[in-house]
Design a protein around this ligand. Structure first.
Ligand SMILES: [Zn+2]
Length: 384
């Protein structure tokens, strides 16, 4: 993409107050007033719903002004609890951002139908034993994880008619990961491993801690991956991808960050696929590179490899962090220069605009005869 075009797009986006979604769609089609109206009507409907009593506090810890939702459970949660939900896997809780994900009118209606936090907690917190303590806004990730697993995965607090049988004596939440629920904990860790989802919170050290150490405050986050924020990756398109079937390929992209992996959909029979698909990943504390793999989907055998790339997201994370520390004042010129200098040859420049740090990337795939991917990454610090 030419620099001129990049500038145009950045400027248009700046003028209209557009999101990453808008930026990407500027490339593909003209602005449509209808789309604009639908989006704004959906988002104002969602905003209204979120301001209602019950939805203005996190369903799990009571933090004010939560900006994340579990689209399938119907809960509105804070960013800390959303990280725990995300670790459970999308088969338990599908987390969306109120501000960063695009909501259609239908999405909003379906979410509202679930009844919001009051309905969710009537169901999932119907009978919390006296000894149990619900997490507070300042609770550790461990306390939140224990409670959220009990609430939605083990469903220990459902009203008695629905309650699953539970072989354990209720204990305080902060003891559960090291005490009575150890077996259950392991079972869920294994089950999550099988699902291949939500591994970010899981590693051997955690299991070891759970087995060997008594509960104490200082170990509350031991073995847990602390997250510093999220990256929202838009896999825009591929070009000139390698042929893996007779004349073409059925490509999809897999993104891996630390222990987490997410995939785009498969596009059949296309060497220049346009996915325009947005995927979110949590950023672990010691920022690993984003690994990009392209595969050809095969029905009857292992998927064929169509190349890979490694993207250093550290400069983008640093940009987002300094932006956050500067309380949103922009632009951060020295920082842009630094990032550009580091990655000038392979990666696009980091732009800081609208209080967001973004990077557009055109990257040549490695270990393959041909292929390039266009990706846009936005970094969202944890405080958002
Ligand atoms: Zn919360």
């Amino acid at each position: 993409m030419s620099e001129r075009k990049t500038n145009q797009r950045t400027n248009s986006a700046h003028l209209s107050g557009a999101s990453l979604y808008d930026l990407l769609h500027l490339e593909d089609k003209e602005w449509s007033d209808e789309v604009d109206e639908e989006t704004s009507s959906a988002s104002s409907k969602l905003e209204r719903f979120l301001s209602e009593s019950g939805n203005d506090l996190c369903a799990d810890c009571g933090s004010p002004n939560p900006k994340w939702v579990s689209a399938n459970l119907g809960a509105v949660v804070c960013i800390m609890c959303s990280g725990v939900h995300r670790s459970l896997g999308v088969h338990i809780s599908k987390i969306l951002s109120v501000n960063l994900d695009e909501w259609t009118e239908e999405d909003v209606d379906n979410f509202i139908k679930l009844g919001g936090n009051t309905a969710v907690n009537l169901k999932y917190e119907h009978s919390i034993p006296d000894k149990c303590r619900k997490p507070q806004p300042e609770s550790s990730i461990d306390e939140r994880t224990d409670f959220i697993k009990r609430k939605y995965v083990m469903q220990q607090f459902l009203n008695t008619d629905e309650q699953l049988s539970c072989p354990f004596t209720p204990s305080a939440f902060h003891c559960s990961s090291t005490g009575l629920n150890n077996v259950v904990e392991k079972k869920y860790i294994n089950s999550m491993r099988l699902h291949g989802i939500g591994q970010a919170f899981i590693n051997n050290r955690r299991r070891k801690d759970a087995e060997q150490k008594p509960a104490k405050k200082s170990s509350s986050t031991a073995g847990m991956v602390e997250f510093v924020g999220f990256i929202k990756v838009n896999v825009v398109k591929g070009s000139d991808l390698a042929i893996r079937d007779v004349r073409s390929s059925d490509p999809y992209v897999m993104l891996t960050l630390g222990n987490q992996s997410v995939k785009t959909r498969v596009i059949r029979n296309n060497l220049n696929p346009v996915w325009n698909e947005k995927l979110m990943l949590s950023i672990p504390d010691n920022v690993p590179p984003l690994i990009v793999n392209v595969f050809d989907k095969d029905k009857f055998s292992t998927d064929d490899h169509m190349g890979e790339a490694e993207i250093d997201i550290q400069p983008l994370v640093s940009a987002a962090k300094s932006l956050e520390n500067s309380n949103g004042s922009e632009p951060s010129a020295p920082l842009e220069r630094r990032a550009e200098a580091k990655d000038k040859n392979t990666l696009g420049m980091i732009t800081v605009a609208e209080g967001k740090a973004k990077q557009e990337i055109a990257i040549k795939l490695q270990n393959v005869e041909s292929g390039e991917l266009h990706i846009e990454i936005e970094c969202v610090p944890l405080s958002q």
